[in-house]
Design a protein. Structure first.
Length: 617
């Protein structure tokens, strides 16, 4: 299959940017497009070309029944996405409630339960813009941010993603800030009841905070607000965004408005510019990305091209690795609170991320620069710093999480905040632990005999599902986690005949589709069990094949059938080519990585040919 490999290599090289990065879109549905329209209208920023372009993209994603979906097999629609789209289209001023497709959307919203059924974050947005009543109190009080890291439960026990979103949210909610404009639509006819947040107070947390803080309530409250504001200002990225995330920056802008900042304040103007910079084009439509994935895409692409035989002296590899070198972190971030004895050295996800490194991007970048580190001092220093940081990030339970160390308090599961498990926690996961092991074994030369490695192996083995799979936190979902676990375990010397690996292989073969490929529904993450998609996707097929190759001693008919299905999917793409295979929050946030259809098929093919020789046509 030399032709297949060559075609994928050529496609990747052609898509490289001038600075050496790969800037494939990070696509997350229509929510960010809708929120950008709502934000611009709220701030009286009349960027009509952008608003009109976003209106067109939102409308292009509407289903025939009037609804919007997060993924193709979601059923009759998603009430949250439909409300967001409907609101943005009305607020744009370019669509009217009497338009036929708007009437269909309204009927679907009411059929699905109305505004009361939307996700928590959407209720916050509606409250900020005058469409939904604020609750009497949030279950996480603002004073919580005064508790120091030495306390058993404090702000640094939240995930960094949770802090980035909850701090500006609570500042705005503290004053029940709300702003309507003369262009605001009236959504009151979308209520089935009257503003049910479904979020009772968490008395245990409120009591804990009150007992922990001794002082005058008014003074403590003001001190908490000042502490929260200082945190926000300390975590602004060079482009003006908060942590380079759309959602946290959106909330940051409203927090500043709630504090009395004017629309034209430099911080607000710069934050809006930062959000505008997330603009990309997909199939002729403008899309506001949630963030960029430039570092992630570049690290994966450079590594995959090298695995496929492209030499490190190739101009594409040299440029990519120079870009990665320029994005290694030198700035301390929140990760240092739980990991105070390490120095910066990791990589983040987006192009402008300077203080929020993660384990996944760090191992990906290390794979990409490995050969360069053996030949050039600058890369060697980067390699050493990154490895030191990576080893320091292992959790006490032996596994690896995404952003921080030991941020896995089970308390947050019981807080009455929708999606708290995904929003507020950053525990060890099979996908992060498996890929870190794969890096340790394949690129750092470590085996299961090393203490750190054996602890990670033990964590993975103890978290295997009864059916042989592993749950993957940041992808969809059981195929993703199982791929990471199998490739990680085999890389550090766990033999193919190990019962856990044999069980995992049997599970993968049991879910192989009749066409030879694999496909998993986004419904798996919410159901916490494997849900078949019914069709094969190129990315799921590539992940399954890469796992089978890693665990096999010889080629099998199932592998060959899988590769035939993979190449057929690549040559004749259908709706599965854009099916989201990444996730940020179950039931709310799904990601279509445009780079994956090139990277992972090429990686699976390269690994097959490295191990077994050329794949027969």
């Amino acid at each position: 299959m030399a032709g297949e490999r060559s075609a994928l290599i050529t496609a990747l090289k052609r898509s490289q940017a001038a600075d050496g990065s790969w800037r494939f879109p990070f696509e997350t549905g229509i929510s960010t497009d809708a929120y950008m329209i709502i934000l611009l209208r709220t701030l009286d920023i009349n960027d009509e070309p952008l608003i009109q372009a976003l209106v067109e993209r939102i409308e292009s994603r509407q289903e025939a029944n009037g609804a919007w979906k997060l993924f193709a097999d979601e059923g009759d629609g998603n009430v949250t996405a439909t409300v967001e789209a409907y609101y943005a289209l009305l607020y744009s001023g370019y669509r009217q409630p009497t338009d036929r497709h708007m009437q269909k959307a309204k009927r679907r919203i009411l059929d699905m339960g109305g505004l009361d059924r939307v996700h928590l974050f959407t209720k916050v947005m509606l409250a900020l813009t005058g469409q939904y009543p604020w609750p009497g109190r949030f279950p996480l009080p603002l004073e919580f941010f005064l508790l120091p890291p030495s306390f058993p439960l404090n702000m640094y026990d939240l995930s960094v993603y949770g802090r980035a979103n909850m701090i500006p949210l609570l500042i705005a909610a503290d004053s029940r800030y709300s702003r309507k404009t003369d262009k605001s639509p009236d959504l009151s006819d979308l209520f089935a009841s009257r503003g049910d947040w479904g979020m009772p107070e968490s008395r245990s947390l409120l009591t804990y905070v009150k007992r922990s803080l001794i002082g005058l309530p008014a003074q403590l409250h003001q001190a908490a607000k000042q502490r929260a504001v200082r945190y926000l200002f300390e975590h602004i990225e060079p482009d003006g965004t908060l942590y380079s995330y759309f959602s946290s920056t959106f909330l940051f802008i409203f927090a500043l408005l709630a504090l009395g900042y004017r629309n034209d304040d430099p911080r607000i103007r710069q934050a809006v510019r930062g959000l505008r910079s997330l603009r990309t084009t997909i199939d002729g439509h403008v899309h506001l990305q949630y963030t960029t994935a430039s570092v992630w895409n570049t690290a994966l692409a450079s590594y995959t091209l090298q695995e496929a035989g492209v030499p490190m002296t190739d101009r594409a590899i040299e440029k990519a690795n120079r870009y990665l070198l320029s994005r290694q972190h030198v700035r301390y971030g929140d990760w240092a609170v739980h990991n105070p004895y390490s120095t910066p050295g990791g990589w983040g996800f987006s192009d402008v991320n300077t203080m929020n490194p993660d384990v996944d991007d760090t191992t990906a970048a290390l794979r990409a620069i490995r050969q360069a580190a053996a030949k050039e001092t600058a890369f060697r220093h980067a390699w050493d710093r990154a490895n030191q940081w990576l080893f320091s990030m292992q959790n006490d339970d032996g596994g690896f999480a995404a952003f921080e160390k030991n941020v896995s308090s089970r308390f947050w599961r019981y807080l009455p905040i929708e999606g708290a498990e995904f929003l507020l926690m950053d525990p060890s996961t099979a996908d992060l632990t498996g890929r870190t092991l794969e890096y340790f074994g394949t690129f750092a030369g470590l085996t299961k005999d090393q203490r750190a490695v054996s602890r990670a192996v033990d964590w993975l083995l103890s978290h295997q599902e009864r059916n042989g799979s592993w749950y993957g936190r940041w992808g969809i979902c059981y195929i993703y986690g199982t791929w990471a676990a199998i490739t990680g375990l085999t890389a550090v010397g766990v033999p193919a005949h190990h019962p856990a690996l044999q069980k995992a292989v049997r599970w993968l073969l049991s879910i192989q589709n009749d066409d030879g490929g694999w496909g998993e529904s986004c419904k798996s993450d919410g159901a916490k069990t494997y849900v078949p998609l019914g069709d094969s996707t190129p990315v799921h097929t590539a992940w399954a094949l890469d796992a089978l190759v890693a665990a096999a001693e010889r080629p099998t008919p199932e592998m060959k059938a899988g590769f035939r299905a993979l190449f057929r999917l690549l040559h004749h793409p259908d709706w599965t080519a854009s099916y989201p295979v990444g996730q940020g929050m179950a039931g709310a946030f799904y990601i279509h990585y445009h780079s994956y259809r090139y990277i992972f098929p090429l990686l699976a093919l390269a690994h097959y040919e490295q191990k077994f020789g050329p794949l027969d046509d």
